[in-house]
Design a binder for this molecule. Structure first.
Ligand SMILES: [Zn+2]
Length: 251
């Protein structure tokens, strides 16, 4: 069974940015895993960090379960995650546990620094997980992966970098047919709708996601889309796993 791992910064990032594609891959018979660097401990104006982190872990587990998948938390803290040995070893441990064929992460220029850290850590971990002599922290107890997985980045929010420059994805997936299920994945993260309403004045959590997918859809020529970039650096396989699996929906 082909396996995809979405390795992101916070609970709900994967559902927001690539939840439609994960849904389509799950329906195509793929095993789906979602991992986050933190459990989202800053995501509340009322609850303390431990209390909200516990709630958000449960929400992330529920969303992953809707995909028939599994949620993993790397144990970092919101706004205190760095591309350091601790995070790298935790990410390699998840990769050695899940052993994915392909990995999806954040585009490395993003409005939120934690997202950029997640992209950098994921890039490093995908490069490293197959190296036998990398035996750091929790990765040491696990066998190296058979090779480097295919690496994708989902597009930045709004289709621009934080200077406002447009960033055009290498390909887009038409997620029009799974908008309802994507909304159901996001609805698992009930605490975040409350938080965003207080902190960012976003009272329409799911409507915002659909508006962003519609923006991506404009460029792909479909009602709703998710855009992706392929990592083309040395040693990374270029097999178009997602493009082939969802060929009829790729633009
Ligand atoms: Zn996030």
């Amino acid at each position: 069974m082909p396996t995809v791992l979405a390795l992101c910064a916070h609970p709900d990032d994967a559902e927001f940015r690539c939840g439609g594609t994960l849904t389509l891959l799950a329906r195509a018979g793929w095993a789906v895993h979602i991992a986050t660097l933190s459990a989202g401990d800053c995501g509340s104006a009322e609850l303390g960090p431990n209390a909200i982190a516990m709630i958000r872990r449960r929400e992330a587990e529920a969303a992953a379960a809707r995909l028939g998948g599994t949620y993993h938390c790397l144990g970092g803290l919101d706004l205190q995650v760095y591309d350091n040995d601790v995070m790298r070893a935790a990410a390699v441990a998840v990769l050695r546990t899940v052993r994915p064929d392909c990995v999806i992460t954040h585009y490395t220029i993003d409005y939120m620094p934690d997202h950029e850290v997640a992209g950098a850590v994921t890039r490093m971990a995908t490069f490293t997980a197959s190296i036998p002599n990398y035996v750091v922290g929790p990765s040491a107890a696990l066998p190296p992966t058979p090779g480097v997985p295919v690496l994708y980045y989902f597009g930045p929010l709004g289709g621009t970098d934080y200077f406002g420059n447009p960033v055009h994805p290498h390909f887009s997936v038409d997620v029009t047919g799974v908008q309802e299920e994507k909304a159901a994945l996001l609805a698992c993260h009930a605490s975040q709708r409350d938080w965003l309403r207080v902190q960012h004045g976003m009272d329409q959590y799911i409507a915002s996601m659909q508006a962003w997918d519609a923006e991506a859809g404009l460029h792909a020529g479909v009602p709703y889309a998710e855009g992706f970039f392929c990592h083309k650096g040395h040693s990374y396989p270029q097999t178009p796993l997602i493009q082939d699996a969802l060929a009829a929906l790729v633009r």
